[in-house]
Design a binder for this molecule. Sequence first.
Ligand SMILES: C[S@@+](CC[C@H](N)C(=O)[O-])C[C@H]1O[C@@H](n2cnc3c(N)ncnc32)[C@H](O)[C@@H]1O
Length: 555
Amino acid sequence: MISLAEYTAEVGYGHRKRLAQFFTPPAIARFMVGWVLGGARSDRIHDPAFGLGAFLDCAPADCAFTGMEIDDRVVDFFIRHSRRRPESLACGDYLLDFGRRHANIVCNPPYLRFQKFLNRDAVFAAFCERLGIRLSGYTNIASAFLVKSVSELENGGRLAYILPSEFLNSGYGELVKDWLSKDGHLDSIIEVECENEAFGEVTTSVCIVLYDSARRIDEVAFRKISSLAEIDGVMDIPPLRSVPLSCLDVSGKWGVYFVAAGDRVQPAMRHLCPLSEYGRFSRGIATGANGFFVLSRSGMRRNGLSAQSCVPCITRSQQLAGLTFTDEDFAALAEADKGVFLFSPGEDPDEPSRRYIRQGEEKGYNKGFITRHRSPWYKTEERAVAPILLNVFSRSGYKVVRNYSSALSLTNFHCFYPHRLRDAYVDWLFLYLHSGVGRKLLSLSKRRYGNALDKFEPNDLNDALVPTRAFFDSLGQDVLTELMDAVISGKDPSLRLDEAFAPLVADAEAGDVVPAPVKYPFRRREPEQMRLAIEKRKGYDSRKAGTAKKVRRGE
Ligand SMILES: C[S@@+](CC[C@H](N)C(=O)[O-])C[C@H]1O[C@@H](n2cnc3c(N)ncnc32)[C@H](O)[C@@H]1O
């Protein structure tokens, strides 16, 4: 048995992390190999991301096992420590190796987000040229592995993949879902809800994809395991949901299929529309060097910085404790010497600011990834104040705050900027986002990351379902005033809100049900960098936002 601790001691954790070497637990490897060989016509298996051979370890002795691995150090360690040998083990980059077909494939591909996909351009060009596949810029390595493997599977073969489940709910995943479902061979997707138990070192949610090219499959089974012990029997119990292939829409969010029937929330579509009809969420300001840009009042004083060179800014999620945030709350944080000022010296920095910038350069703050791509490096994005802030990561439900202050926010909050003629609905939207009904309906749009950590990207929020104007209008101005008065006086009107918003959840019996999953109202394919560049060129929409205030400099 190969020791992970010895391997980590030899190569270092940094090396493992760089190559995403997080190995498959034996129970899952056994299940995947067993399923592949259970119905396959051949006893040959290929593992395109071999690592320390977790799948080979579980394969029967007579299985003709082949592998590929990019890292010669892991291969070298494997050869020195394992008694078992695959039939062949090639050293190379699977994503750039073309022209082979495989009888069966099992794989735990590297989990690296698209930003870490270093040879992305070469891989994307090769996919285009060799497979005729145009990957979206957001595609992570694991999804690229999966698409390639499906294209290389021989007729009659089986494929089992364990990979991050993000593709099920995100725009780039459309192509992946298309490849999986278009020929009618997708058997099951199993959500591994116990990702902590399975991959303690990784913070991501994972699923197992089972694909059987020997069979025509009319209904895809969505299954879930909550502990590793459940993996052995997972195929013996009825799935959470069997979805006819004809109903599987690749542009929808498939995550909804893992919710048991009783817990499923059914949006009453006649009262709902995408949030983007009212405005849009953008991520907060990314400074690229909070150590330089975030200052407390005493820090400003120490550096001789004037009130004109700094703007109020929420820099940590904990700084917003209640449902509302006012200038008085901000003043209390400033008084307590919290880091709530953003260095923002403008076009023509004064002398103390120039001195502070020089100090920053001496400390290398201008050489960070974000700062070195900005000109000048110390000029952060210009933003208006957002009237609603929603925190990015949450373990026990997101936090949403009605911002009445003049403070901006860093990336720990997403910032809502209403369209010019929609600012009258800001309070309603805030109340809806805070309500239990709103949280349930928003959960249809969220991505689930590991460790029960929920994460919304701004575009998940922009696509989320919110009440139509007609619905809000029907509730009446008096109700709005009463609810906001309660919020402002420190009361939480949750019960009242759930009553008001109850009609937004459909009565399944009455047939007012949208066929899950919820679709993306808009397609967004451009990579983050491109989006940011476009935003920068156009100037933020947020500047036009009606209720958005211009930021007051200084204290
Ligand atoms: C998540 S580990 C899985 C290893 C092993 N199959 C298992 O299940 O435990 C992914 C492996 O893929 C390797 N890898 C990363 N990028 C690769 C590439 N482009 N081509 C082939 N292997 C790659 C990593 O070095 C790592 O060993």
